[in-house]
Design a binder for this molecule. Sequence first.
Ligand code: IMP
Length: 202
Amino acid sequence: MKIVFATGNAGKMKEIRMILADLNAEVLSMKEAGIDIDVVEDGVTFEENAIIKAKAVHACIPDAIVLADDSGLEVDYLDKQPGVYSARYMGEDTPYEIKNAAIIRKLVHAKEEERTARFVSVIAAALPDGRVLTTEGTIEGTIAHQAAGEGGFGYDPIFYVPEFRATTAELTAEQKNAVSHRGKALRAMKRKLAVYFEELEG
Ligand code: IMP
């Protein structure tokens, strides 16, 4: 069974490959599957956007399982912004050093307990039989006072996880995958796919 992951984000793809490595399936990026489409993510929730992406790519490769993740950072002090607009926040091509510095500045008057934030990931799976499965994962943290760490991608340098006393950019890939929103959502999806594979064989 082929599993195509509907993302062009190299950072995400690296995490996903690690987490799905033990599935008995060939995991391909869209590029590796020869699919080059731009999907308009016009949903207003992570779930809507994940389903939109999974279905759009599935239409190009109906025999495969197509997985898509929609994820983002919710900052409570900013009314849960950037949320579903995380990739597009301040412009898609704006470097994350600038986006991250802007978020830190916006929280300059926030009290410690007002700095709470979370990463959210919803994974959608479009199956060859037309069904769509979804799972969700979150990780709670706070917005750091300054960016730290070189790992991960996107908002990782400013997402502080009290449990590790570090930002997610300071964790190893293994540590991040073990606790991250995407890791949790993907492991939940792996469990759902295992049931689906059993149904196919049964
Ligand atoms: P999507 O590709 O439309 O789902 O956008 C996800 C965006 O949310 C990314 O481009 C990042 O800005 C942010 N994001 C999601 N997951 C993470 C993560 O694990 N670390 C840092 N930023 C993330």
